[in-house]
Design a binder for this molecule. Structure first.
Ligand code: BG6
Ligand code: MG
Length: 219
């Protein structure tokens, strides 16, 4: 059994339901470019950086490659729609069970961190009242390679001064599960089996989660 000393949380789709805001903004962009974009296709974008997501969207819509400037404009457009949504968020938008679980962890021996590919992570954390709450926040502004590369989680472990083998990651994206496993961490999926079949274990959400259950996840 692995001794767990730190818990790293993905943000979008784990702490808050912003994954759906990302989806709606990408869908709006796809529709403007003349094609539809389904929830199933959106699974491929979860955990992936903004510009890499746009690349995948182009592939899905069979859109010809644009100049770097045009790509930036499209990514900015999507990001503005997305930010309109996250700027309306309040502490009430924290997903069920998450706050209590985090407080439980903070009051026990565990370090806690955010490991997110998003450049909007700090805006969300401020909006939901979690500014300064985590021992480390590693976001899209701190890393050069987004998930499935392990950089985000290895950076968090490093900031916490905890070895990767003592870290447990909660993730809603297949790319994030791959990143955590490549980092040598325990990867717990949050969501449905069909999207997270490579996870070490899966929980549906945090509504029944407590600190004692960490042991159940490690063996
Ligand atoms: C991840 C999301 O957390 O952040 C992805 O799962 C998103 O869907 C990525 O593309 C980058 O986010 P942002 O906020 O920098 O556009
Ligand atoms: Mg996510």
């Amino acid at each position: 059994m692995q001794e767990i000393k730190a818990i790293i949380f993905d943000l979008d789709g784990v702490i808050v339901d912003t994954a759906v805001f990302h989806y709606h903004a990408w869908k709006k962009l796809a529709n403007e470019m003349g094609f539809d974009f389904t929830l199933e296709q959106n699974e491929r974008l979860k955990g992936i950086s903004r510009l890499e997501s746009l690349d995948i969207l182009f592939e899905i819509g069979k859109i010809e490659k644009k100049s770097a400037q045009e790509l930036d404009q499209l990514a900015d457009k999507k990001n503005k729609w997305y930010r309109d949504k996250i700027l309306m968020m309040t502490p009430k938008d924290v997903l069920p069970g998450v706050k209590n679980f985090l407080l439980d962890l903070k009051n026990s021996k565990y370090k806690i961190a955010i490991g997110s590919s998003s450049k909007n992570a700090n805006t969300i954390l401020e909006r939901i009242g979690f500014d300064g709450f985590f021992d480390s926040v590693v976001d899209g502004l701190k890393i050069s390679k987004s998930k499935p590369d392990p950089e985000v989680f290895l950076t968090a472990a490093n900031e916490l001064n905890i070895k990767p083998e003592h870290c447990l990651v909660f993730e809603d994206a297949a790319a994030g599960i791959e990143a955590a496993k490549t980092a040598g961490m325990l990867a717990i999926g949050v969501g449905k089996y069909e999207n997270l079949s490579n996870a070490d274990k899966i929980i549906p959400d945090f509504s029944n989660m407590n600190v004692l259950m960490i042991n159940n996840l490690t063996n």
